[in-house]
Design a protein around this ligand. Structure first.
Ligand code: CA
Length: 243
């Protein structure tokens, strides 16, 4: 019988009251929780004992949450839930750009926080259960998605995607030229049941376009997104081969 390993969550927050409340709630949910109060300490803690997920405050002493995110994701990708000031959309977008998977504005309810952490971990579990080493490489025009190695190339140039960006891209590539509603992407990629986070989808699409080219994903306003496989490129190749 398989025993369930206790999940380890790193909480990075310098406001003691919030840190304590978050830690208490996550411990009550059955997680092993470590609390760190500054940027350098967070990077060090994640390096020493890689956590299963990180709850990361944006404003921190030392260096801020964005820098923590950048450094940790560069070493060992891990799902990150970022905590931001209320309604500061710029912070949220930048957070997603440097590799956070999700964000929550303060103040937030501990119930919602716990639900978001569970959703992040469910996504990781789903990835573990279906080993990608046996999944084929997807080729669409000049786009190549190597699922076994989780690497993406466009026109032969490698793009460095965050785990969420990669999952989103694989999802879109699984049904090329098909419009996928944002709510469905949110449910399938993020594991959220409610549609309150569709802006998160938009932000990650922005990230994919920035890294892979703006022409790759088409926006269908008010509905969702579709991956445009590069047919022209395929045709060009065909001509060359026939020459
Ligand atoms: Ca803070």
């Amino acid at each position: 019988m398989e025993t369930t390993r206790q999940r380890r969550i790193l909480v990075v927050e310098d406001e003691r009251a919030i840190a304590d409340a978050v830690a208490a709630r996550l411990r009550a949910e059955g997680f092993l929780v470590q609390v760190v109060g500054d940027g350098p300490g967070a990077v060090e803690a994640a390096r020493r004992t890689p956590p299963d997920a990180i709850v990361l405050d944006l404003m921190l002493p030392g260096f801020d949450g964005l820098e923590v995110c950048r450094r940790i994701q560069a070493e060992h990708p891990v799902p990150i839930l970022m905590l931001t000031a209320r309604g500061d959309e710029t912070d949220q977008l930048v957070g997603l750009a440097v590799g956070a998977d999700d964000y929550m504005a303060k103040p937030f309810s501990m119930r919602v926080l716990a639900a978001r952490v569970h959703a992040l971990l469910r996504r990781v579990d789903k990835m573990d259960r279906a080993p990608e080493t046996t999944r084929p490489t997807i080729r669409l025009g000049d786009l190549e998605i190597n699922q076994a190695e989780r690497r993406v190339l466009r026109a032969g140039v490698e793009a460095h995607l965050t785990p969420t960006e990669f999952d989103l891209l694989v999802h879109l590539a699984g049904r090329p030229r098909t419009v996928l509603p944002r709510e469905r992407l949110l449910a399938d990629v993020w594991g959220w049941a409610d549609a309150s986070g569709t802006r998160t989808v938009d932000s990650h699409i922005k990230g994919l376009r920035r890294k892979l080219g703006a022409d790759l994903i088409r926006t269908i306003h008010g509905v969702g997104y579709a991956l445009e496989a590069d047919r022209k490129h395929e045709a060009d190749r065909g001509n060359e081969a026939g020459r």
